[in-house]
Design a protein around this ligand. Structure first.
Ligand SMILES: [Zn+2]
Length: 99
């Protein structure tokens, strides 16, 4: 995969799994002329704080942007952090967590 991602957008892009990256960049067709978009024609950057994929159709020059929701992943990170926090608390004060 040869996608140009800006430095600000890269951390968000890297949060996606390889599978998610693939699903965002493969089997994409131009909404105007339905030509398949080559993954190399994508570029990623931040758009209003959200990860966005831009591409231009090589056939009809139609420009498209798709916003990628990485929030699901973010929520998982938050949950993981909370679990880590609970574990640390339990380890530090086992008497408080006896049930
Ligand atoms: Zn097109």
């Amino acid at each position: 995969m040869n996608i140009k991602i800006t430095d600000e957008a890269l951390p968000l892009w890297n949060r996606l799994s390889d599978e998610e990256k693939k699903s965002w960049t493969s089997n994409v067709t131009c909404q105007k002329c339905h030509k398949e978009i080559n993954a190399a024609d994508f570029s990623g950057s931040l758009y209003e704080g959200q990860l966005a994929l831009f591409h231009m159709c090589t056939q009809c020059s139609n420009k498209e942007v798709r916003l990628i929701d990485v929030e699901g992943q973010t929520q998982k990170d938050i949950d993981d952090d909370f679990e880590q926090w609970v574990k640390a608390k339990k380890a530090a004060h086992p008497e408080k967590f006896r049930s």
